[in-house]
Design a protein around this ligand. Structure first.
Ligand code: FE2
Length: 350
């Protein structure tokens, strides 16, 4: 047995390829399709709050929530043809003005909100009212009814993260409007947090959820900050990312949602993390702090409330060159990669 060595003329080949094209068949030996390692079309990018906030306020002047199902600005990666910050996940800025509601709907894509500005508005998820304060994480997972309301006298602005590009690629998107504008609140403020917010303690009378997403839909910043500061006081954390915590599903210990994992990390003043890369795309939001990240050789300077994206299999390291701690929220599609045995991670040599 040996490799065969058939010689054809260029004319013969081109004629054959033309026939194949006319029959919607493609010779797989042309053009590859398999790469030695992942190469994202997306590029490292940062969107600065100093640009985002004025545009969000302008959107609030120009467009009402009657016209727009959601008043959302999509952060668009310069090299992605679709409207998303990263390959599988969007990162958007949403604004709800005083007295406004964003009406109830549900979709098969999963979403998270990281509150940037405003204190006292709320999201209702399947009838449970969730408070929203700066730095809080609020989940509106797959097929949960959700609406938002701002009953304060200041704008509410948050970061939206959704897996919609992935769901679209999988052709698995469903969407439905609620039969009225807002849900009836059946569980009082903070109910999911009251039941599941202690992590290690769980209410016995609650049936085990049939869904894979976390039943804890609200993760307050006050709790995350206290946990990070407690650990940062006398530990160095992990070798790659230092003091970093995952927002978990308290029932399973797994990621917050099957398609999106969420993290918060604290970079102490002067801290630099180890350059590493992983098979997942990651969107970051600077809850507070100032510093920079080197992503695929590009320096991204960031400060309070900025958003930046790290494409898959791209080395990233974070540097807090300021004299105060920095808190970075991030969300990734790592659970998808892990579920499919596609996840890898490595530190940069040297
Ligand atoms: Fe939604």
């Amino acid at each position: 047995m040996k490799l065969s060595d058939i010689k054809s003329s260029e004319a013969e080949l081109q004629d054959y390829y033309a026939q194949l094209r006319s029959q919607h068949i493609t010779p797989a030996w042309i053009g590859g399709g398999i790469t030695r390692e992942p190469k994202s079309k997306a590029v490292p990018w940062v969107w600065h709050w100093r640009d985002l906030r004025p545009q969000a306020m302008r959107a609030a002047q120009l467009v009402g929530t009657e016209q727009a199902e959601r008043r959302v600005l999509r952060l668009t990666n310069p090299e992605l043809p679709g409207l998303s910050a990263s390959n599988t996940m969007v990162a958007n800025i949403q604004i709800v003005m005083p007295g406004e509601i964003a009406r109830a709907h549900r979709h098969s894509g999963s979403a998270l909100r990281l509150i940037i500005e405003g204190n006292g508005g709320y999201t209702v998820v399947n009838g449970a009212r969730l408070p929203m304060a700066p730095g809080d994480l609020v989940l509106t997972p797959n097929w949960t009814w959700h609406d938002h309301a701002n009953d304060t006298d200041r704008p509410m602005i948050w970061l939206d993260g959704l897996d919609t590009p992935l769901v679209r690629m999988l052709e698995a998107g469903f969407y439905e409007e609620y039969h009225k504008e807002t849900q009836t609140i059946v569980e009082g403020a903070g109910s999911p947090f009251a039941k599941y917010g202690e992590g290690g303690l769980r209410p016995v009378w609650e049936a085990e959820p049939a869904t894979r997403y976390s039943p804890l839909w609200h993760y307050p910043m006050s709790q995350a900050r206290a946990a990070l500061e407690r650990l940062a006081a006398d530990r160095s954390g992990g070798p790659l990312d230092g003091i970093i915590l995952e927002y978990t599903n308290p029932v399973t210990g797994g990621p917050a949602m099957p398609t999106i994992a969420c993290y918060i990390q604290m970079l102490r003043a002067g801290e630099r993390t180890q350059a590493h890369r992983s098979v997942c795309c990651t969107n970051y939001h600077v809850i507070e702090g100032r510093g920079y990240s080197v992503v695929g050789g590009t320096r991204l300077d960031w400060e309070d409330k900025d958003v930046f994206t790290v494409p898959t299999w791209t080395f990233r390291e974070h540097v807090n060159d300021s004299d105060r701690p920095a808190f970075l929220f991030s969300f990734t599609d790592a659970p998808v990669m892990k579920a499919l045995d596609l996840y890898r991670e490595e530190a940069k040599a040297g």
